[in-house]
Design a protein around this ligand. Structure first.
Ligand code: GDP
Ligand code: MG
Length: 230
C-alpha cells in the first residue's frame, strides 16, 4: 500500500442509527394499530396494480394509505389516488427509499391513523433490501415475466422479506416460468417466506393476499407478536 494511503477500519454498522430510527417508527405505528408493508420488486412487476386491486378489495372494511416511491414523476400516485390517500415520494434519482423521505410522506398525508400503510418502493431488487423503512412486513413481488431464477440471484431481497407475491399469473400459459421452481428457489434463501400467487388484472389471488394482510395485522399489530426489526 503506498505510504500516503492509510487504512481505517470502522468496526461499526454505518446503518445502525438509521435502523434504530426505523425501530422507533415501527413501534409508533404499531401502537396506533397500523401495519406497515414495504412492497419491493423489479420495475414493472405490478406493484401499483396490486395496490389498486388491494384498495378495491379492502374498501369499506379497512382503511389504508399509500406512500409511493419513484425516481421521477407522480404517475403512480395519480393511478392510486382514486382508491386511497397517497403521497408520491420522488427520490430524484436515488434507487431506493429511506426513512426520512417516508416520514415526510407521512406528514404530507397528515400522519393518518389507518389499518394498513403501504410503501411502494422504487423498482429495484438490490438497494431497497438494505434499508429498513420501519415496516412490519417486507413483501417482494416476482412477476412471471421476470423469470423463475431470480430469488437465488437477488438473495438479500428474498432473505429479508416475509412474503413473496408471484404476480401476473394470467400470463403463465405464455412464458417459461415454473411457479414451483420460483417458490423452491425463494425458500432455499428464506425458508419462512409465505408465497401468494396473484393476477391483479384478473383478480386472481387478491382474496388470499388480503387475507394474508388482515391475519398479519391481527398477529403483528393487535396481538403484538412483532418483536424484531426487519
Ligand atoms: N397481464 C398482466 N399484466 C399486469 C398485471 N399487473 C400489472 N400488469 C401490467 O404490468 C405493467 C406494470 O405494472 P405496474 O403496476 O405499473 O408495476 P410497478 O412498476 O411494479 O408498479 C403494466 O403495464 C400493468 O398493466 C397482471 O396481473 N397481469
Ligand atoms: Mg409502480
Amino acid at each position: 500500500m503506498p505510504s500516503e494511503h492509510k487504512r481505517i477500519v470502522v468496526r461499526r454498522d454505518i446503518l445502525a442509527d438509521a435502523k434504530a430510527d426505523a425501530a422507533i417508527e415501527r413501534q409508533r405505528l404499531l401502537d396506533r394499530g397500523t401495519l406497515v408493508i414495504n412492497l419491493v420488486s423489479s420495475p414493472g412487476a405490478g406493484k401499483t396494480s396490486l395496490l389498486q386491486a388491494t384498495a378495491k378489495h379492502l374498501q369499506g372494511q379497512y382503511s389504508m394509505a399509500v406512500l409511493v416511491g419513484d425516481l421521477e414523476t407522480d404517475r403512480d400516485a395519480q393511478r392510486l389516488s382514486p382508491y386511497a390517500p397517497v403521497a408520491q415520494l420522488t427520490t430524484g434519482g436515488a434507487c431506493h427509499l429511506e426513512l426520512p423521505l417516508v416520514r415526510r410522506g407521512l406528514i404530507a398525508l397528515g400522519d393518518p391513523r389507518v389499518d394498513f400503510l403501504f410503501i411502494e418502493n422504487v423498482g429495484n431488487l438490490v438497494c431497497p433490501a438494505s434499508h429498513d423503512l420501519g415496516e412490519h412486513l417486507r413483501v417482494v413481488m416476482l412477476s412471471v415475466t421476470d423469470g423463475d431464477d431470480k430469488p437465488g440471484k437477488y438473495p438479500k431481497m428474498f432473505r429479508t422479506s416475509h412474503a413473496v407475491v408471484i404476480s401476473k399469473v394470467d400470463l403463465l400459459p405464455y412464458v417459461p416460468f415454473q411457479v414451483e421452481n420460483a417458490i423452491q428457489d425463494a425458500l432455499m434463501v428464506q425458508p419462512s417466506l409465505s408465497a401468494i400467487q396473484v393476477s391483479s388484472h384478473q383478480g386472481l389471488g387478491i382474496d388470499q393476499w388480503c387475507r394474508f394482510l388482515i391475519e398479519s395485522r391481527e398477529r403483528l399489530v393487535l396481538r403484538r407478536e412483532c418483536t424484531s426489526a426487519v
